[in-house]
Design a protein around this ligand. Structure first.
Ligand code: ZN
Length: 230
């Protein structure tokens, strides 16, 4: 048991570890309860996002229990979903991580950090880095004027992303294989623009991984997907 595990075990005595998706109390070293493991709305096929991203990975659809965990993290400012989400993304990316040089979190705006106190993508990237030992590097910066992407239509999202994000001049991305990390992907315009910028700065390959991908499915289709036994 390493120092981090001892700390988590002690911490769980006062604040029991909870499933990020349904709040059920779980062992200190577990990341999710058995029921949620079985019934999360998993993404089971590769989704194409854009030419600038070599491979795109998503653990779940942004629905039901997966959506709850993201809201807990983003709206309720809870940290513990980061553990579960980080572990699940690490498992999903195992093969990709073997050849990756760095994990790059998609940064959120200054106001979001001020509101929430942390950047979910950054914490998730650090968590994946903890398991994989692939360094998590803030190679993308955001300028202060960034508008919230979720309030914009597709064309404006791309324009906003183009002027908001830039490659950190202190980060050496040339000839690197990079995995972009984010919590939720809606249209993919943000990560596509960022991937393009990393490539222009010399990155060899850019993949992207998110915990949840939004999807436009009817409630019935989602119900079928989610409650079919894995
Ligand atoms: Zn659960």
């Amino acid at each position: 048991m390493n120092r981090h595990d001892i700390y988590r075990k002690m911490f769980s005595l006062a604040y029991p570890n909870a499933c990020p998706f349904c709040s059920k109390v779980i062992e200190y070293d577990e990341y999710c309860c058995e029921s949620c493991k079985e019934y999360l709305p998993y993404v089971r096929k590769q989704i194409g996002i854009s030419d600038s991203i070599s491979r795109f990975y998503a653990c779940c659809f942004f629905a039901l229990r997966a959506k709850v965990a993201v809201y807990r993290m983003k709206l309720e400012k809870e940290i513990y979903p980061v553990y579960g989400i980080g572990k699940m993304m690490y498992e999903m990316l195992r093969e990709e991580l073997e050849t990756a040089d760095m994990l790059v979190p998609v940064p959120c705006g200054f106001l979001s950090i001020l509101k929430r106190g942390f950047s979910p993508a950054e914490l998730i990237a650090k968590r994946i880095s903890y398991f994989s030992k692939t360094p998590a590097i803030k190679a993308i910066c955001v300028n202060g004027k960034k508008s919230e992407q979720k309030l914009l239509d597709e064309t404006k999202r791309i324009e906003n992303a183009k002027i908001s994000f830039y490659v950190n001049p202190k980060a050496d991305v040339s000839h690197k294989r990079i995995i972009l990390i984010d919590d939720v992907c809606t249209t993919g315009s943000t990560i596509s623009v960022i991937a393009q910028k990393l490539k222009e700065a010399g990155a060899k390959e850019v993949c992207a991984a998110v915990f949840a991908k939004t999807v436009r499915l009817s409630k019935i289709e989602l119900h079928k997907k989610t409650f079919r036994k894995v």
